[in-house]
Ligand binder design. Structure first.
Ligand code: NDP
Ligand SMILES: N[C@@H](CC=O)C(=O)O
Length: 797
């Protein structure tokens, strides 16, 4: 068992009775025999005493009633803790009598000396220590009080509790007005008396990112002093390194704990360099907001010694704190970041310093940009590990975050990027997920909860948890829209009951609202899944791809005009967004991806031939004249094989679209209008409404029977085929003998053959399987979503 632990506490923690109860719990659960509590002064609230001095200086009559109220507040705290020790109240009263004398002289002199200010502050720390020791004693724990200046010289402390108060010891360079007040004294006590150290903060546990920004951020268990130094600079809940130098120099580990959650183990800072798992090179990410950058540019700076030195000397003279510096090796420009509150002064200071260089154009411009943030990644294990910064920057690129400046120290323990403040949350959540510190989250909006869309939502519902646990992929379906209603949810729709929610909680459909919701800034990756057959939505993909990834089984966009088709891919190239549409041909079959593999590996595709309609395949496989064709069409619709309007299948249009998609995939500039399409839909039903067409379906029965009979008599079967051959596309209704591969297709089979340089005519590459249906198609859309997840960096194998 260690003998001694020294705790650094903020005075404010002990301004309410619950604070003492917490402290008692901490004491009782600690293993060390001697516990030392260094208590910092109170700087705000009813127990703070510095306001009295201000009133005295201003000769404000309110002083006397405030003095009385203040005394009552202190006595009240002690009585609420049931402290019966008369000495405590009489010492508090005595302190107030002394204060009254001092306040009278401040009143007369209208001046507050530094030592008076310190005395009033240290009195609060004394009172807290006094009350705490009385409270501990009344709870059967031996407790005593020692003034800080004496405590730091002690080689040992008595068993039980010791409370240290007063004018706490400060390092020579103080950082922020009230930072580290108890920590430095605690360090000195621990170093001198050989004890362990705990710093209690009132802000939060130290996590891999700020919890407010990334709710799934985890507590960091261990940290090296060097990492702690980097993180403290970037605003993590650790005091400035100046305050823990004594402990660091003696290799005394420091526990960082959070007063709001005293049972958490918190973080241990040690002098050991982190040797954690190299798969997790980053310990934590931090964001500093409200930053401005100043850029100094000019050809005349190259190779001129002393420019940087003059700049930073001038800035230091003005007390401007430079947070980050980045200079191109060409020395053509220097960029540095400062807090926005200092940017005007910093820019003026730089202009003043380089006035003559500006006048003679050695320096072209000195410009400032505000509303920036610094995103920093910190970790010992980054050092020497190839690819960490690459991953960091590519993660930012995938999230569409522009980087204005970069800095990486040669220790390789910190990479910092200056980005726009409005991108900071999105950037943080992307890099945090990319280094597997939290799940890779996608904000997904689904258009069209019909056959395919609805099945897709059900499939996600059943796999969501597993994907999150196994691969850290967090798919959040945050919006669902039909043509008239939409359901939005901030955290993600509960997919176990999405249908009921859509019924009862949906609102009127508003596309702009839908897009703004799915694309909300917090999420680094926003995805639109279009499971409609809407032309209107398809015509907006190019616009969507500016900001969203698009996944769709809807064939309309990929078969729109060739210029629009090109435009979508140009947008993708520019924005880094993905357009995935595997299910537009062959439903869940791997047709487009296979074709792409052939092309990307240098194969030459000479001919594509396919039975591309699952519906027509099923109809002609089923039809034998016993059940009317029209009835089978209704069954196919019921089973989710047909297009929302079955005329799209029966007219050959669906096959034509798929043929065009395949042709374009191999680089052919083809337009749908140029295809000759044989339609099975009688002319008289072409322009009827969908409802009328369905009610008059039987009018096509005779003609189909004739076609069927003619083929049958030849010993053949009817198939609808799409072809891309010799640079030309065609679709046709044909009949095939029993030996043809198309004749052996059953059910909703699609059969697609590729003849290429590698897969010759006599032995083509053949893809065969169900080419329509809810489950297979929705599964294909889901697979596209997972492909996208891999692209954005999810660790799916
Ligand atoms: N069935 C299959 O096997 C395959 C289908 N596909 C494609 O999948 C897509 C969907 O087909 P399927 O699920 O059968 O069709 P459904 O008719 O079952 O569903 C379509 C859905 O889209 C909604 N919708 C229509 N217009 C809009 C709009 N402008 N905005 C938002 N929602 C809209 C409809 O809502 P509302 O009720 O308001 O009209 C409905 O919920 C089609 O493009 C089809 O070509 C691709 C491969 C295979
Ligand atoms: N209706 C289509 C569905 C797939 O695209 C078909 O039958 O093939």
């Amino acid at each position: 068992m260690d003998d001694l632990r020294v705790h650094a506490l903020e005075g404010v923690m002990l301004c309410i009775p619950e604070g003492y109860e917490k402290l008692l719990k901490i004491h009782s659960s600690s293993t060390e025999e001697s516990q030392v509590y260094v208590i910092s002064p109170v700087h705000e609230g009813p127990l703070c005493l510095s306001g009295l001095l201000e009133s005295a200086k201003k000769k404000d009559e309110i002083l006397w009633s405030s003095l009385e109220q203040s005394q009552l507040a202190w006595l009240d705290l002690s009585s609420k803790l049931n402290i019966r020790d008369e000495i405590v109240s009489s010492l508090i009263r005595k302190g107030f009598e002394d204060m009254e004398d001092i306040l009278r002289s401040v009143w007369l002199l209208e001046d507050i000396s530094e030592s008076t200010l310190k005395y009033f502050a240290s009195l609060t720390s004394y009172y807290l220590a006094l009350i705490a020791s009385a409270y501990f004693n009344s709870n059967g724990i031996t407790a005593s009080l020692i003034a800080a200046d004496k405590a730091v010289r002690q080689k040992s402390f008595t068993r039980g509790a010791t409370f240290i108060y007063g004018d706490l010891i400060q390092p020579k360079i103080k950082v922020l007005s009230h930072e580290g007040e108890s920590e430095y004294t605690a360090c000195l006590c621990a170093v001198n008396a050989g004890g362990a150290l705990t710093f209690w903060n009132n802000r939060s546990l130290l996590c891999t990112a700020r919890k407010k920004d990334i709710p799934s951020a985890k507590v960091i268990e261990r940290l090296s002093f060097a990492e702690a130094t980097e993180l403290s600079f970037f605003g993590a809940p650790i005091v400035h390194p100046h305050y823990f130098i004594p402990a660091q120099s003696q290799g005394i580990p420091i526990e960082l704990k959070f007063w709001g959650d005293i049972t958490s183990k918190g973080t241990i800072i040690t002098d050991k360099k982190s040797v954690q798992d190299r798969r997790f090179p980053i310990k934590a990410f931090s964001v500093m907001r409200d930053i401005s950058i100043i850029n100094i540019e000019g050809a005349g700076m190259s190779g001129i010694p002393g420019i940087s030195s003059r700049l930073f000397t001038a800035l230091r003279r003005e007390g401007i704190s430079v947070i980050l510096i980045s200079q191109a090796s060409s020395e053509y420009s220097i960029c540095f970041a400062v807090p926005s509150s200092q940017v005007t002064m910093a820019a003026a200071c730089a202009r003043y310093e380089f006035e003559s260089e500006l006048n003679n154009h050695q320096i072209g411009s000195i410009s400032a940009v505000s509303n920036m943030a610094i995103l920093a990644a910190v970790g010992d294990v980054m050092s020497g590990q190839i690819g960490v910064s690459g991953k960091f920057f590519s993660a930012l690129a995938k999230a569409g975050v522009n980087i204005s400046a970069i800095a990486q120290g040669s220790s390789e323990r910190n990479i910092s990027a200056v980005i726009r403040e409005c991108d900071s949350l999105k950037a943080l959540s992307q890099v945090h997920a990319s280094f597997f510190l939290s799940a890779q989250t996608m904000s997904v909006g689904v258009f069209g909860p019909g056959n395919i869309g609805g099945t897709f939502l059900n499939q996600i519902a059943s796999e969501k948890e597993r994907l999150q646990d196994q691969f850290g992929l967090d798919i959040r379906i945050r919006a669902i829209a039909s043509s008239s209603r939409m359901l939005l949810s901030e955290e993600g729709i509960d997919l176990s009951k999405w249908r009921e929610l859509f019924e009862v909680a949906s609102q009127e459909y508003d596309l702009n609202k839908f897009l703004a919701h799915v694309g909300s800034e917090y999420y680094p990756h926003s995805v639109l899944v279009d499971c409609t057959t809407s032309n209107e939505l398809a015509s907006m993909y190019s616009r969507f791809l500016e900001k969203f990834h698009v996944i769709t089984p809807n064939k309309k966009a990929a078969t729109g005009s060739y210029s629009y088709y090109k435009e979508m891919f140009e947008t993708c190239k520019r924005t880094g967004k993905r357009f995935l549409y595997e299910t537009t041909v062959g439903a869940g079959l791997p047709v487009i991806n296979t074709l792409n593999d052939l092309i990307q590996t240098g194969d030459e595709v000479k001919k594509i031939e396919g039975m591309l309609s699952g519906t027509l395949s099923w109809l002609f496989n089923r039809y034998d004249g016993t059940v009317p064709f029209s009835q089978l069409v209704l069954q196919a619709k019921e089973m989710g094989y047909t297009e929302p309007d079955p005329r799209d299948d029966l007219s050959g249009m669906d096959v034509a679209r798929k043929t065009v998609i395949l042709a374009r995939e191999i680089g052919l500039d083809v337009e749908l209008e140029n295809l000759n399409i044989t339609s099975l839909v009688p002319d008289k039903l072409k322009d009827a409404s969908k409802e009328e067409f369905l009610s008059r379906l039987s009018e096509m029965d005779d003609e189909i029977y004739t076609k069927y009979k003619e083929a049958k008599d030849r010993g053949e079967v009817i198939r609808y085929v799409g072809r891309v051959d010799n640079g030309k596309c065609s679709v046709s209704l044909e009949s095939f003998g029993a030996n043809h591969p198309f004749a052996s297709a059953s059910g909703t089979d699609n059969v697609i053959t590729f003849v290429t340089s590698r897969y010759v005519e006599s032995q083509p590459l053949v893809i065969k399987g169900p080419g329509a249906g809810r489950e297979v198609t929705a599964g294909g859309v889901f697979a596209d979503l997972l492909r996208l997840a891999i692209y954005i960096g999810a660790g799916i194998l």
